[in-house]
Design a protein around this ligand. Structure first.
Ligand code: NAD
Length: 373
């Protein structure tokens, strides 16, 4: 069950509950902040009720599922505000969730009903692909709203964000290695990559190119084979990857991997990877890592390359590959600032990053108010 606290509903501008009986749509759109620009963030389609049906009757399971969905959308939309702020983007933070099994419910008609709700928000929220949604589903929503980003085609389409995310993570690993190990290259540095999917595979290529020793794991055999085709990699089992003897542990699979069970076994001196929501408990697990002498690169700072690539699409601008790449490369500088502040203040990197993001958003909101007066 989610634990709602004072951080759950924190400075959110607008929450819209959306229902459509004909298609079965039950959705929530959360606009956390538009101080820096239109709120951008993915649409998650997830069966929040399913896990509760194992332990509770239908009505109670549905209520609990709805609570989970609200918790998710509040937390994820705030995370998007922080990510976009730290990446220096002209984007605010938002997120949306549709409750239900996408395979059963995800019809074009339902997506069009969802699109109509996005349209009503008048451009304060832009939807994009996330867990459970596909480019086809987003394209269906785009028939009823102009506020969808991350589309493959169209004049301003930016395509797959994964290579940009991987480049940002690679740059972030270099910044972390420089800060913690005092090395300005990755020659001989051992990196364990957990999950070699879209982002992880591109990351493996960068790491091998830089002379790192690469260890990989995945739960899908063909993804391991794809990683092996890139060069000399060592394969380990998914269960023990966080505990392997290495310099950098790079979570690139699912969230929640940094928790009391795993942190005590981590042997790397750096955790830096693409996965969203790596910390099970914000402000606690990053403090535990710090106390163990492990440098943690806050997930939403290091994995911002994807949203950086999408920014121009929301603003309907043409941006050169070089300009986009320059913005991704800045992730290294931002992380350096976070690492140094954390060391000087003896406080966790996750808390430092949150405070920096909140300050950027507060300043932008004040500026907006002043210019509107
Ligand atoms: P993906 O689904 O393509 O890759 C994830 C990989 O992890 C898959 O190969 C999967 O088989 C593997 N995996 C799942 N469970 C595992 C386990 N227990 N142990 C080992 N491997 C496991 O996803 P992706 O697009 O590469 O994204 C990876 C992570 O980065 C996700 O957390 C995502 O939210 C985050 N992220 C992605 C982007 C992007 O541009 N794609 C941007 C920001 C953040």
């Amino acid at each position: 069950m989610p634990v709602f606290d004072s951080n759950s509903f924190k400075d959110h501008e607008q929450i819209a509950f959306c229902a459509d009986n004909e298609t079965g749509l039950k959705a929530i759109i959360a606009v956390h902040s538009t101080a820096l620009g239109p709120a951008a963030g993915g649409l998650r389609f997830w069966d929040y009720t399913a896990s509760h049906l194992k332990t509770a009757p239908t009505q109670i399971a549905e209520t609990r599922g709805e609570q989970d969905a609200i918790y998710d959308v509040l937390r994820l939309s705030r995370g998007m505000s922080y990510k976009n702020a730290m990446a220096g983007l002209r984007l605010g933070g938002g997120k949306s969730v549709i409750i239900g099994n996408p395979k059963e419910l995800g019809t074009p008609e339902l997506m069009k009903a969802f699109g109509r709700y996005v349209q009503r928000l008048g451009g304060s929220y832009y939807a994009a692909e996330d867990v459970g949604t596909t480019p086809e589903m987003l394209a269906a929503a785009a028939q009823t709203t102009s506020y969808v980003s991350g589309l493959d085609d169209g004049e301003f389409g930016t395509g797959d964000p994964s290579p940009h995310t991987a480049l940002g993570v690679f740059i972030g690993i270099k910044a972390a290695v420089s800060h913690r190990l005092g090395k300005d290259n990755l020659q001989g540095i051992k990196v364990a990559v957990q999950g070699v999917g879209h982002v992880g595979l591109y990351l493996v290529e960068h790491l091998l190119g830089a002379g790192a020793e690469v260890i990989v794991t995945d739960v899908v055999a063909s993804n391991i084979e794809a990683a092996q085709s890139k060069g000399n990699v060592t394969v380990v089992s998914p269960d023990g990857v966080h505990a392997v003897d290495c310099d950098v542990f790079a979570p690139c699979a699912l969230g929640g991997g940094l928790n009391p069970k795993t942190i005590k076994d981590i042997r790397a001196s750096i955790v830096a990877g693409a996965a969203n929501n790596q910390l099970e408990r914000e402000g606690i697990d990053d403090e535990d890592l710090r106390m163990r002498g492990i440098l943690y690169a806050p997930d939403y700072v290091i994995n911002a390359g994807g949203i950086i690539s999408v920014e121009s699409e929301v603003h309907k601008e043409k941006v050169s590959d070089a300009a986009r790449e320059a913005k991704v490369l800045r992730i290294g500088e931002t992380l350096k600032t976070v690492f140094e502040a954390s060391a000087n203040q003896e406080r966790p990197t996750g808390v430092i990053a949150n405070e920096m993001a909140e300050e950027i958003i507060r300043t932008a909101a004040e500026k907006k108010l002043t210019s509107a007066a």
